[in-house]
Design a protein around this ligand. Structure first.
Ligand SMILES: Nc1ncnc2c1ncn2[C@@H]1O[C@H](COP(=O)(O)OP(=O)(O)OP(=O)(O)O)[C@@H](O)[C@H]1O
Ligand SMILES: [Mg+2]
Length: 177
């Protein structure tokens, strides 16, 4: 049974990145546990979605898991923003040679060099006990780079916010299924 459900769960289907991102935003805004911690409605959300991005083969539940962690991390980080810098997320989707690209950028405190280098390591967290396991980004890294043969990168500097970029191959020929 376990194997059957794993196989079913890891099935790739052609999907619109914008739809998955919107679904995940809904999930984040309505998830009861998240709602207790962050008010997603108080975050301004800018969308910059290119119209020409084709459907891309993804495991929908896995991509949602990655995006939910990025949104949760950003919301958590932006809680530190001073009053004159209201929390703002910029979401971008576009197509480039061979890849569909999805970007989540926040205007939070960003990361220093040392944290940036360790951010994808399992158990790296700056959150207090009970607030984070430090697994979100390491699991995301495996999902994007191994399961989807894509790329996951971070751009950040202290007080410059953080930007996470996901590249997913357009070509199904590279997929694991
Ligand atoms: N957008 C961001 N801005 C600033 N720091 C970030 C951001 N995203 C992640 N980080 C840093 O990276 C660490 C690791 O993130 P990751 O998602 O892997 O784990 P976590 O959020 O701490 O715990 P979990 O995801 O398991 O709940 C965070 O604790 C935080 O210090
Ligand atoms: Mg996290």
């Amino acid at each position: 049974m376990l194997q059957f459900s794993r196989r079913a769960d890891s099935h790739k289907v052609p999907a619109a990145l914008s739809e998955i991102l919107e679904q995940t935003l809904d999930l984040a805004a309505n998830d009861y546990d998240l709602k207790k911690k962050y008010d997603f409605r108080s975050i301004e959300i800018l969308r910059d979605f290119a119209p020409d991005v084709p459907l891309i083969p993804v495991v929908v539940s896995e991509l949602e898991q990655v995006l939910l962690n990025l949104l949760e991390n950003a919301a958590h980080a932006m809680q530190e923003n001073p009053p004159d810098r209201p929390p703002r997320l910029t979401l971008r989707i576009w197509k480039e040679a061979g890849y569909g690209v999805l970007e989540v950028e926040d205007n939070g405190p960003g990361l220093d060099e040392a944290s940036r280098r360790r951010i994808f390591e399992p158990f790296f967290t700056t959150k207090g006990p009970g607030l984070g396991t430090g697994l979100g980004l390491s699991v995301s890294y495996v999902i994007i780079t191994q399961n989807h043969k894509g790329l996951l990168e971070v751009d950040s500097a202290p007080n410059q916010g953080a930007r996470f970029t996901i590249r997913l191959p357009l070509d199904e020929g590279n997929s694991r299924d």
